[in-house]
Design a binder for this molecule. Structure first.
Ligand code: DGT
Ligand code: MG
Length: 431
């Protein structure tokens, strides 16, 4: 007999970090609407809307881990984190094929403009809203405005390379970039280690940036690596823009921060890092037939889907370091697309957003979990650690607030074990 979604999902655990959330799921028709509404609440940028955004995201996460497509509202009666508002939205989608509320939001002038403006490197909701109120609506408006408030060097660079930076970074580009950096590290000291984290590690095939974690097996030897590496990359003419932040970590940091305070909301950490824009050869851009990226139309769709780049990601895999691009027979060159050459015909490279994060080896596995994400998965881990274990988790460490000591980890599995959680592969952390 056919079991209902309800019967199969009664035991869905409360915390997202206790569930497997795959990249591809069965309820895109529902999560897409909820994520638009979450985004809209994010843009409103205050405490009430922070909670609203969270409620939409938590509901979306439940739908992402369901074993099949929801066909009737009765199927979701007993699920966690589905409030009356979300039920109304789901009902609307099931009755009409779409959510009128999400559609209205998507067509709203303010929302559309906020999406455009926050897509510029260096621009958050507060600045985007300020520009909207000045009557600005398009990237062109921003480029020609002589006295654009809050415009700094970062935003100027973001505007200059906006076309490049809204062209999703493909897995092949992340691999090429990692190879390039690994090559430099090897000449300095082959013991340096590098991992591509972020969405690529969770199996996405494209993203908005490349997140790279650097470490050295001897504690302390990681210091200075960033300066050396950046110097070498600069000499090769690879760097367009970047801001280097010094490490602000000390043993007091963890104990000092208010456990009920901002840290659940914030993704900020204390690692030495470089947040910047690099040049990457156009030829590194290879997409896969399998991923439906072979038509111009699909590429256009991808270009404009800044809200949810992972939609085109159908693949699995884990750490890039285990992937050999040469052996991957599904790879091929993308067909040339006018969109890919928007104003870049005269050059051989694209500007790509890159984050380089340096971690001491003793903090590496907590950093790896933190920088693999997803953001919502991290939030769930931290909330769970705090509420259920009276522990404080960050990208640096796990701190037992009762016993007042740090709990070390020598693998990602150990991070989960220390948290008394079943281990989840990176590809299962897509909530
Ligand atoms: P993407 O790049 O659009 O494909 O999506 P993600 O999932 O790679 O997101 P991204 O690049 O913003 O961040 C990667 C992960 O690293 C994400 O799960 C949260 C984490 N993260 C980002 N920025 C920070 C930060 O400043 N501090 C800490 N601790 N974590 C961060
Ligand atoms: Mg990323």
């Amino acid at each position: 007999a056919k079991t209902t979604v309800n019967e199969r999902t009664e035991n869905i655990p409360i915390y997202e970090c206790q569930r497997e959330t795959p990249l591809q799921h069965h309820n895109e028709h529902i999560t897409h609407a909820l994520e638009i509404l979450a985004k809209e609440a994010d843009f409103r940028n205050d405490d009430i809307n922070y909670s609203r955004a969270l409620a939409f995201r938590r509901a979306a996460c439940v739908f992402k881990c369901l074993p099949s497509r929801v066909e009737g509202v009765q199927e979701i009666q007993s699920l966690h984190n589905i409030g009356s508002h979300v039920k109304r939205i789901v009902e609307d989608i099931l009755d009409n094929g779409y959510s009128s509320e999400a559609e209205k939001t998507e067509n709203n002038d303010w929302f559309k403009t906020m999406m455009t403006f926050t897509g510029v490197f260096g621009v958050g909701p507060a600045i985007a809203d300020k520009w909207y109120r000045l009557g600005l609506r398009t990237i062109e408006d921003l480029k020609i405005e002589q006295t654009l408030p809050n415009k700094d060097e970062r935003i100027s660079t973001g505007l200059t390379f906006h076309d490049d930076l809204t062209l999703p970074v493909l897995r092949s580009e992340a691999e090429a970039l990692a190879d390039l950096i690994r090559c430099e590290l090897d000449t300095i000291d082959p013991q340096y280690q590098l991992v591509v984290t972020g969405g690529f590690r969770r199996g996405k095939d494209c993203g908005h940036d490349v997140d790279i974690l650097l470490t050295h097996p001897v504690e302390g030897k990681e210091k200075g690596i960033l300066e050396d590496l950046l110097h070498r990359l600069d000499r090769q003419g690879r760097l367009i823009y970047g801001k280097r932040e010094q490490s602000t970590w000390n043993d007091g940091v963890l104990q000092g921060e208010n456990i009920k305070g901002q840290y659940l909301k914030s993704t900020l950490d204390h690692f030495e890092k470089w947040i910047g824009i690099m040049k990457l050869d156009k030829k590194c851009r290879q997409c896969c037939l399998n991923y439906g990226l072979n038509s111009n139309e699909k590429q256009q769709e991808l270009l404009h889907s800044s809200l949810d780049m992972k939609k085109v990601s159908h693949l699995r895999p884990d750490t890039m370091s285990h992937m050999d691009p040469k052996n991957n027979s599904t790879k091929r060159k993308c067909p040339s697309s006018s969109s890919e050459d928007r104003g870049t015909n005269d050059r051989t490279w694209y500007a790509r957003r890159v984050d380089l994060i340096v971690t001491p080896t003793s903090q590496f596995y907590y950093a790896l979990v933190g920088w693999t994400g997803s953001k919502h998965f991290n939030r769930s881990l931290r909330l769970y650690a705090q509420k259920e274990l009276h522990m404080k988790l960050t990208s640096h460490a796990l701190y037992d607030t009762t016993k007042k000591h740090l709990i070390p980890a020598n693998s990602e599995q150990e991070v989960f074990k220390n948290l008394h959680l079943r281990y989840l592969e990176p590809v299962e952390r897509n909530c």
